[in-house]
Write a new protein. Structure first.
Length: 275
């Protein structure tokens, strides 16, 4: 890193990144349109780590970190799993470098480690798991254990997902499953493999002078967000958020009860933020 300290520590908002470089303002792995990709040379592999949900994300450039998922399942990160990573620091976002996302030698958080996390952290994760499509397998397994009094088979889990009965699972039930060690949070390593001085310098210069575009529905009553759980089960080629203040892109996530059969195999949580 060759930048001075002030430039290196310059932070931006998600609204700025979305407006200038593209991508949804809530997704951890936002998909950038071809039109936006044509305006810059930074590619489509941006990753945003909300520290409310990712407390082990790197907080300073080049620092190592860990990425947490709602379950310890094999995941197709695509290519080499290398990303242009931003971490949420306070209310803003800091570019911390290029990172490689890889399976950890210990693939999941232990029961003890989960229970050592703050109540806020555990409640946030449990709530989103019950609300988002990427949490349906956890909800389905939790309901199955309640009904069967044993660990369910894969077919039994898929039957509950297909029936939609997983939606009856509550936050407290999900949280209790993790508390008891029945469910485990997955862990992946984040290793810094490089830094883009030119990109960070550009962020530091452009953001202070950037004027946000007016809201799309300025003067119009805002449409209420759907109460239908919205989320995304994804392989890396597809692409999940916490307390939203902006509408989610309608095509950025799938309704939990409309998950394609071929996407029930691998699920990755995407939780980021709107700013």
């Amino acid at each position: 890193i060759t930048l001075d300290k002030v430039t290196q520590e310059a932070m931006v908002t998600r609204r700025f990144i979305s407006g200038v470089y593209g991508g949804n303002m809530q997704m951890t792995f936002p998909q950038i349109s071809e039109a936006k990709l044509a305006t810059h040379n930074y590619g489509n592999r941006f990753m945003f780590l909300n520290t409310d949900y990712q407390p082990m994300a790197p907080q300073v450039p080049a620092a190592p970190g860990l990425f947490i998922d709602c379950e310890a399942e094999p995941t197709d990160w695509g290519e080499s799993g290398e990303w242009r990573v931003f971490s949420k620091v306070g209310k803003a976002w800091l570019f911390v470098g290029f990172y490689r996302l890889a399976a950890s030698k210990r693939p999941s958080m232990s029961q003890e480690e989960w229970n050592e996390q703050s109540e806020k952290f555990r409640n946030k994760w449990a709530l989103k798991i019950t609300q988002k499509g990427w949490g349906v397998r956890v909800c389905a397994r939790t309901l199955a254990r309640k009904e069967l009094n044993r660990e369910p088979t894969r077919k039994e889990v898929l039957d509950i997902i297909d029936s939609g009965r997983y939606k009856a699972t509550t936050l407290d039930e999900v949280k209790a499953a993790y508390d008891a060690g029945k469910e485990r949070m997955g862990i992946w390593t984040l290793k810094c493999i490089g830094y883009d001085n030119e990109f960070q310098h550009e962020l530091s210069q452009r953001f202070p002078n950037w004027v946000p575009p007016p809201p799309k529905n300025s003067g119009q009553g805002r449409k209420k967000a759907s109460k239908t759980p919205r989320g995304q089960k994804r392989k890396r080629s597809d692409t999940p958020e916490p307390d939203l203040t902006e509408h989610e892109s309608d095509d950025s996530e799938l309704n939990g009860d409309n998950i394609p059969e071929n996407q029930k195999e691998v699920g990755v949580i995407d939780i980021s933020d709107d700013e």
